[in-house]
Structures are given as C-alpha cells and as structure tokens.
Design a protein around this ligand. Structure first.
Ligand code: BES
Ligand code: MN
Ligand code: ZN
Length: 480
C-alpha cells in the first residue's frame, strides 16, 4: 500500500473520520470542506452519528460528492491504543470488502499519550494485507493521511519507512506462526532465516546442526529433539552494522510443535501448539525489521528450534541431562521443554558479550491463566532493563506485566538427583519457569517475556498476532 501525506487540496471520494461521543461538535475540525461539513453536521443533529465506541456510520455528502465513514471512538479521555487500533483495523477490513482504491484518513485529532499514531496506523493497514491463504483481494491501494501540521514531510516519510519495516517483520512473524507444523519444522525456520541475508549486507545467518550442538555440550536442548525425526537447529541471525558495540541479543523459543513428549498433552486444541515457535518467529520478524529500516544498532537473534515428540527414544520423566553451562537438570515433565531449549541458547548467547539479553517464549499455560490474553508476562534480573521494556510496551501498546522472581521460587527447583529440576510446584508456574531460566543468566542483564497468552488468537480469528515484534523493534531502536 501507498501512504501519502494529505494536503489540503486533495479530494477523495472516501474518507475516514474519527468521532468522539463527547465531542460530537468537534467533528468540524476534521472535515476540510464546508459543503461536506454541512451534511455531516445535519447527520449529527439527526442523531445518525453518535460517536459511541465501535460505531461506524457512512454519510454520503451529496453536496460535496464524497463519502464519509465516521468511526466512533467513545469518550475522548478514555481512548487507548488498544481501542484505537481495534476499531481502525475493523474499519479497514470493512472497506477492503468494497471496491475502494483510495481513501483519506484523518489522524489530526487522535492523541494518545506517548503513542505514535501515524506509525500505529500504517502498521494496522499493513497488517490488513496479511492473509495466510492469500485468498482475499484487498482493493485498497493508497491512503492519504491527514496529520497535525507540526509533522513535516520529512518526519512523515521517516515514520512511513520505519513503520513499513516493522509491519513487514510483524507479518513475517505471523506467517511463520501460522505455517502448519508439518512444514514449519526446525529446518524450515533455519531456511527461512537464511533468506534474510538478502536484505542487508550486514545481516548474516549461521545454522548449527545437532552435531555442532553436541560438540558445544548442549545436552539440554538436544534432549528435547531426541524423540523427533526432525533434527534440532540453533539459528544465529547477526545484524551488526556497527563496529565495537555490544549487541542486544534476542533469544526465541522455537518449538515447532509441542506434543508434550512422553508427558503427553491432552488432545483438545493441540493444533495450537504449532504456535510454540512464536518466540523464534518474533525474533526473525524483528531482525528483518532491523535490516529493512537500516537500524544503527547491533542486534543478534538466536532461535532455539526443536520439535517435542513422544517416541521410543524420547526422554523420560526422571532423565537427567547436562546443559551447556554444566548445570545438570532432572527432567520431571517432558512438557516443560521450552526452558530446556532456552537454557542452552541463553548460555550460548553470552559469547556475544551482550548489552542485554531478552528471551521470548510461549513458555507456560500458567502465564495465560494468570494474566489472560492481553499482556505478556515480564521477568527480569535488572530493574533498568525492566523499565526500558515497560517503556517500549507503553509506547507501542504491546503490553507487558511484570511478575516477581523471589528466591522462594528458585527453592522449588531443588532436587536430590541433579542441580535443578525442570518444574516447580503446583502454583505460580510462569514464575518457576522464569526462575529456571534465571539460573542460566546470572551474570547478564536479562529479561524474559512469556508470550503464551499474546502470540496468537484462538477461536474464529485463530491466527498469529506477531506479538511482541512491535515491542522488540521499539526496544532495539530506543536502546542504541
Ligand atoms: N508450550 C507450552 C506452554 C503453553 C501451553 C503455551 C498452552 C500456551 C498455551 C509449554 O511447553 C508447556 O507445556 N508448559 C507446561 C509446563 C508445565 C509442564 C510445568 C504448562 O504450561 O503446562
Ligand atoms: Mn510443553
Ligand atoms: Zn512448549
């Protein structure tokens, strides 16, 4: 899609205008043409337009010969990023069903604290272009965006460029997540990552196979792929345009299908465990965005890819394995496999002398139970890093909620048969999982995002959300 800064002489046949239920009289501000304004004011007075959250009315201005979609955003003071993006995306979906090629979008009266509304809107438009089966035709080709006057042409173009890079990365993450698990296996993730090398001369992809991982003594990661015919892969995506600068390392859980292994999962909704590689998908998407926007920062992505299957050669509950760090692990539940692949990837990542390490993982059902689908769970051993992540979440609307890492949780991982066990007690499962990982990142500034509730939608709108690509791209852009 094409995005053009709206200038006052532009006249479009179709126009998107936002209205607030408590500022209905203010609707005049957004309508450039006095003739159309007359029609709209009449519709307001006839109560055809209410501005209620989620309402959408279409007004045909016969006098000005143009059409207006008026999207209600509720009370102005109660507007949030989530509401704005939700109703913008639903109106885009609707318009794409008509044969409408060009529209105008008026953003001049949308202000949400710390939020870049132009960037958010372009990303929503681009998201609407994604469709896994490629079976719907989007008619919309160009959007003329009205922004406040203080946004210059250059600022508009810069935001556009960055937003497109982010949106493309986000859609890549969604595509990888939605790809069926008989296709999207560890080898596929490695191959798709390798394709990124074309984007930028400073982007390099290395893939370690099981033999190389065995040489590195990654006994924990390799124990997960042991029961599968699909070999594990460790993918390293390096985007390092700057000399002598510590990188930010992003580590993603890449379980391409999680059956639970011998601790087999129940069958209902097991298909959704194809999304268990969403952490890795979000890392690929973020790396793509970095390269595409020509980011001036060093970022390294590491994907810990394996398939968790039961079989005659799979690990058993009770098995003890030795991780790359030397820490031995008693596997009490083979379904707690994410932490087993991540711990070795985290240990491996230290060789890059990272400024920060962030890992993203659909790690626990407990996170979903505790926090629901709206925020990702946030855990960290460093308060500065925590604040930085919260800030990126705040400005992008890609929300997080922090959970504690008290030493009590670490005590739950004690066992008589190894250094640690891979599960805690009955309660606080998202936290004991994070505590497990924290054992491997003691000397680093590390944070963990549990995206079990946020990486995909279930039900009729089943599909990957691409989260937390927006958060991660903001993080790497603002922590140079
Ligand atoms: N991938 C799952 C977590 C998950 C489950 C995410 C459902 C989203 C929806 C993970 O590997 C897992 O199975 N975790 C177990 C841990 C338990 C065995 C300690 C869980 O959450 O049940
Ligand atoms: Mn599992
Ligand atoms: Zn899993």
């Amino acid at each position: 899609m094409k995005y053009t800064r709206f200038s006052k002489n532009d006249k479009l046949d179709y126009n998107l205008v936002f209205v607030y239920e408590d500022k209905l009289s203010g609707v005049n501000k957004s309508i450039g043409c006095s003739k159309a304004l007359k029609d709209i004011k009449k519709a307001v007075s006839q109560k055809l337009i209410c501005g209620k959250l989620g309402s959408m009315e279409m007004i045909v201005s016969t006098m000005y010969d143009s059409n207006y979609f008026l999207i209600g955003l509720g009370k102005k003071s109660e507007l949030t990023i989530q509401k704005f993006e939700k109703y913008l995306s639903s109106v885009i979906k609707k318009i794409n069903k008509y044969d409408i090629g060009k529209i105008s979008l008026d953003l001049s009266d949308i202000t949400i604290k710390n939020y870049d509304v132009l960037k958010g809107s372009i990303i929503e438009f681009e998201k609407s272009n994604y469709n896994f089966k490629n079976n719907s035709i989007n008619h919309l080709k160009e959007c003329f965006i009205k922004v406040p006057n203080n946004i210059t042409k250059k600022a508009f173009d810069d935001t556009k460029r960055i937003s497109l890079a982010i949106a493309h990365g986000l859609n890549t993450a969604r595509k990888l997540g939605d790809t069926p698990p008989n296709i999207c296996n560890p080898t596929f993730l490695a191959r798709e990552s390798k394709k990124l090398e074309k984007l930028h001369k400073n982007l390099k992809v290395e893939v370690l196979d099981e033999k190389q991982m065995r040489a590195l003594k990654m006994g924990s990661l390799l124990s997960v792929s042991q029961g599968s015919t699909q070999p594990a892969k460790l993918v390293i995506i390096k985007y390092t345009p700057l000399k002598n600068k510590q990188p930010i390392v992003l580590v993603g859980k890449g379980i391409t299908f999680d059956t639970g292994g011998i601790s087999l999962k129940p069958s209902p909704s097991m298909d959704e465990m194809k999304y268990d590689m969403s952490g890795a998908g979000s890392v690929v998407g973020t790396m793509q965005a970095c390269a595409e926007m020509n980011l001036k920062n060093n970022v390294i992505g590491i994907l810990a890819c394996a398939e968790n299957m039961p079989s005659g050669v799979a690990t058993r509950p009770g098995d003890v394995v030795k991780s790359m760090s030397g820490i031995t692990i008693e596997i009490l539940n083979t379904d707690a496999e994410g932490r087993l692949v991540l711990c070795d990837a985290l240990t491996f990542s230290k060789k890059y002398k990272p400024k920060y390490i962030l890992d993203m993982a659909t790690l626990t059902g407990a996170c979903l139970v505790g926090l629901g689908k709206y925020p990702s769970g946030l855990f960290s051993n460093n308060s500065t890093l925590t604040q930085k992540i919260k800030k990126s979440a705040d400005v992008t609307g890609d929300r997080v909620w922090e959970l504690p890492l008290y030493s009590d949780y670490f005590d739950e991982l004690k066992t008589n048969f190894a250094d640690i066990q891979n599960i805690g007690g009955r309660y606080g499962g998202a936290i004991t999982a994070a505590a497990f990982l924290a054992n491997f990142t003691k000397d680093e500034k590390w944070a963990h995002l549990d995206i079990a509730g946020t990486a995909w939608e279930s039900g009729n709108d089943k599909g990957s959300t691409g989260r937390p690509v927006k958060l991660l791209t903001d993080f790497v852009m603002t922590n140079k």
